[in-house]
Design a protein around this ligand. Structure first.
Ligand SMILES: N[C@@H](CCC(=O)N[C@@H](CS)C(=O)NCC(=O)O)C(=O)O
Length: 209
């Protein structure tokens, strides 16, 4: 298998982290987003959504979207389950994973893409062009701040995102916290619960993948 990747970007990191937790190695091909390689016709044939990551299977078929890739990998490598160990836990992981994506990842992306010169007229990834909006950027910053304080409150009562079980939702959340540095948001000194969880998850060897 081969992962189409861009090392600095948050979404492919989620898949690399997941693969490393599973102890699975795949080939890697960098797609330089700063050069617009994801918008080439060659890459569009691989992924019509024109974004990374994409997992190419050995028979040439491709899967895009982080969650779709990680669900596929979970079925292939069920050891060390990261999507939940029973039906209820899987539901909890799905709930939190989705909320972290909406309220965390999309909030940082909203703030970042609506202010960064590289994304003028490219405020949303994909085949269509969208203008930047200062109002959306400001709203994104507010949502990022709320995400950090909500997570701090959550970790006051939970070791991980889902109780005492490490899951893909933790991978997702730690990637969001690191992505937020791109809009100059960091864990505040008083957010001690969030900091405790962040230090714990970031210390996992797979976090460096
Ligand atoms: N929904 C996609 C989002 C992927 C995504 O937005 N990837 C970014 C990199 S973090 C990208 O490739 N952007 C391309 C662009 O900005 O044109 C997923 O979960 O895989």
């Amino acid at each position: 298998m081969k992962l189409y990747d861009f090392a600095p970007a948050p979404n492919p990191r989620r898949v690399r982290f997941f693969l490393a937790e599973k102890g699975v190695e795949v080939d890697n091909q960098q797609v330089d987003l700063t050069k617009g390689e994801q918008r080439s016709e060659a890459f569009r044939a691989i992924n019509p959504a024109m974004d990374v990551p994409v997992l190419e299977l050995d028979d040439g078929r491709c899967i895009h979207q982080v969650d779709a890739i990680c669900r596929y990998l979970e079925e292939l490598y069920p050891q060390n389950p990261l999507w939940g160990r029973d039906s209820f836990e899987r539901a909890q992981v799905n709930i939190h994973n989705h909320q972290i994506m909406l309220n965390g990842l999309m909030a940082v992306a909203e703030a970042y893409r609506n202010t960064t010169p590289m994304f003028v007229d490219r405020a949303v990834p994909g085949p269509h062009n969208y203008a930047q909006s200062p109002e959306l950027a400001a709203r994104g910053m507010l949502r990022v701040a709320n995400f950090f304080s909500d997570m701090d409150a959550h970790f006051a009562a939970n070791q991980y995102v889902v109780g005492d079980y490490f899951s893909i939702a933790d991978i997702q959340a730690v990637v969001v916290i690191d992505f937020a540095k791109w809009v100059k948001v960091r864990i505040a000194p008083e957010q001690q619960h969030l900091q405790r969880w962040y230090d714990q998850v970031s210390a996992r060897p797979a976090a460096k993948a």
